[in-house]
Design a binder for this molecule. Structure first.
Ligand code: G3H
Ligand code: 13P
Ligand code: ZN
Length: 303
C-alpha cells in the first residue's frame, strides 16, 4: 500500500531500524525492489532522482511505483535529491509521498529558506520532507560534490528547528557512486551518534552502497572495466543503524547488479536477443541484493 515517507520513518525511528530507499529508473528495477520487500515483509521507499524523471518520465514512474505499491507492504514514492523547486511542486501534485529537498550546495541561510518553503508545501499535503546539511561526496548525473563537508551538530540542530524538516541527511564521510574511499573505509560514526542524540529525528544515510566484491568480480569477468571500486562495509552499516539511521539510500549496488547480470547473459547466450531474457536475470540479481540490504537494515518483518 502507498504510504507517506513520514509514516515509514516515524515508525522506523521508534523501532530503531532503517528502511531501504532504492532508486528506480524503469519497470524491472521497481519490480525487483518490490519483490524483495514483499519476500522480506518490509516497508520500502522507491525513490526517483531528477535524472530518473528526465529519463523515464514522471507519469511512467508514478504508474510503476503505484502498481508496485499494490503489494501488501508499505511503499513510499520519494523524490531523491530534488533541487529544482518547480519539479518539487510537480511531484507533490502528482502523488509522490515524500520529498527530499537538497539544498546542501547552497549557503546555510539559503538552504534553510528553501527547505522551509518546501516543508510548508509538503506539510500542507500531509507529507514529510527530507533535507540535507553538509555535503556527501561523489557524483550523480546532475550533482557533483567532490569535497565532503561533514555535518556540524550545532548547525544541524539549528537547521532542523528553523526548517521543520522531518528527516535529515547528514554527511559523515560517505560518497555517491562506486568509488567511495581510497584505502580503508572511513566513516565518522561517532558524529552520527552525536547528531542523533541531539536531534532525535529520523536520520538519513546517502552514498551507502556496499559495492560487494563478488558483484564487481562477476561484472569484471564478463567485461566490465570498473577500476577499484569501494563501498561501505556491511558492519559499518549495521553500526550506523544501531546509532539511529532510519533511511539508507542505495543505487550503485543495483546498477552493479544490473550490469553484472546483463553482461553475463549476453556473454553466455550471444544468440539470444529477446529483451525479456536479457533483463529477467538482472531483475533477479537486483532482488537478491535488495533482500540482503533489507535484512542488514533491520527492516525485515516490519511491514
Ligand atoms: O544519489 C543518487 C542516485 O545515485 C541517483 O543518481 O542522479 O544518476 O539518477 P542519478
Ligand atoms: P549509492 O551511490 O551509494 O548507492 O548512494 C545512492 C544515494 O545516496 C541516492 O540518493
Ligand atoms: Zn544521495
Amino acid at each position: 500500500m502507498i504510504v507517506t515517507l513520514k509514516q515509514i520513518l516515524n515508525k522506523a525511528n521508534k523501532g530503531n531500524y532503517a528502511v531501504g530507499a532504492f532508486n528506480i529508473n524503469n519497470m524491472e528495477i521497481a519490480q525487483a525492489i518490490i519483490r524483495a520487500a514483499a519476500a522480506q515483509k518490509a516497508p520500502v521507499i522507491l525513490q526517483t532522482s531528477e535524472g530518473a524523471i528526465a529519463y523515464a518520465g514522471m507519469e511512467y514512474l508514478r504508474c510503476i511505483a503505484y502498481q508496485a505499491a499494490k503489494e501488501k507492504v508499505p511503499v513510499a514514492l520519494h523524490l531523491d535529491h530534488g533541487r529544482d523547486l518547480e519539479l518539487v511542486k510537480k511531484c507533490i501534485k502528482a502523488g509522490w509521498t515524500g520529498i527530499m529537498y537538497d539544498g546542501s550546495h547552497l549557503p546555510f541561510d539559503e538552504n534553510v529558506k528553501n527547505t522551509k518553503k518546501v516543508a510548508q508545501w509538503a506539510h500542507a499535503k500531509g507529507m514529510g520532507v527530507e533535507a540535507e546539511l553538509g555535503t556527501i561526496g561523489g557524483a550523480e548525473e546532475k550533482i557533483v560534490a567532490r569535497q565532503i563537508i561533514y555535518t556540524d551538530p550545532d548547525a544541524a540542530e539549528e537547521f532542523a528547528k528553523k526548517t521543520k524538516c522531518d528527516a535529515l541527511a547528514i554527511a559523515i564521510g560517505t560518497s555517491h557512486g562506486a568509488y567511495k574511499f581510497e584505502g580503508a573505509p572511513r566513516l565518522d560514526l561517532h558524529l552520527l551518534k552525536t547528531i542523533k542524540e541531539r536531534l532525535q529525528m529520523p536520520i538519513v544515510l546517502h552514498g551507502a552502497s556496499g559495492v560487494p566484491a563478488w558483484l564487481v568480480t562477476q561484472a569484471a569477468r564478463y567485461g566490465a572495466q570498473l577500476g577499484k571500486p569501494e563501498g561501505v562495509p556491511d558492519e559499518q552499516i549495521a553500526t550506523a543503524v544501531s546509532y539511529g539511521v532510519n533511511k539508507i539510500n542505495t543505487d550503485t549496488d543495483l546498477r552493479l547488479a544490473f550490469d553484472a547480470a546483463v553482461r553475463k547473459f549476453l556473454t553466455e547466450k550471444p544468440e539470444d536477443f529477446d529483451p525479456r531474457h536479457i533483463l529477467a536475470p538482472a531483475r533477479d540479481l537486483i532482488q537478491q541484493i535488495v533482500e540482503h540490504r533489507i535484512k542488514l537494515f533491520g527492516s525485515s518483518g516490519k511491514a
